[in-house]
Ligand binder design. Structure first.
Ligand code: HEC
Ligand code: HEC
Length: 81
């Protein structure tokens, strides 16, 4: 194998492994979790409640979500099942 082929292979693997990471993030392994601010999120159970603070349309003091139409917020945003 010559050096050019080796380098091409190296960069191909690098690209594949890094997009792999981003993809895993998207699949929900490292979502921002409400457990990092438990005092605000204690006893919140319903999507509708989440959106009272996180809907981009409201002016609440909370980071707006870019996916207000998702169902089951807690499936992705609660570290404890
Ligand atoms: C009473 C208003 C309120 C409700 C209800 C609420 N949140 Fe939050 N949320 C906040 C605020 C304020 C912050 C910012 C906390 C901070 O910066 O420490 C926050 C932060 C977050 C974050 C970001 C965490 C981080 O550290 O990046 C996520 C994700 C989140 N909330 C999801 C939810 C989900 C899911 C629900 C419903 C189960 C919910 N929130 C209900 C006010 C609320
Ligand atoms: C399929 C998994 C999934 C579901 C369901 C989901 N989220 Fe998220 N959420 C994510 C991911 C991944 C991120 C981080 C990447 C991004 O900002 O898009 C995120 C980011 C956020 C943030 C931004 C946190 C910050 O620090 O800025 C908020 C707020 C949030 N989500 C709220 C909600 C609310 C409210 C719901 C329910 C209506 C919800 N999410 C449903 C996966 C999900």
């Amino acid at each position: 194998m010559n050096i050019k082929k080796t380098l091409t292979l190296f960069f191909l693997l690098l690209t594949l492994s890094s997009t792999g990471c981003a993809y895993r993030h998207y699949l929900g392994m490292h979502d921002p979790s409400i457990t990092s601010s438990p005092e605000i999120h204690v006893d919140v159970q319903d999507d509708a409640e989440c959106l009272e603070c996180h809907d981009p349309q409201t002016q609440a003091e909370a980071p707006p979500t870019n996916h207000p139409n998702f169902k089951g917020c807690l499936k992705c945003h609660n570290d404890t099942p």
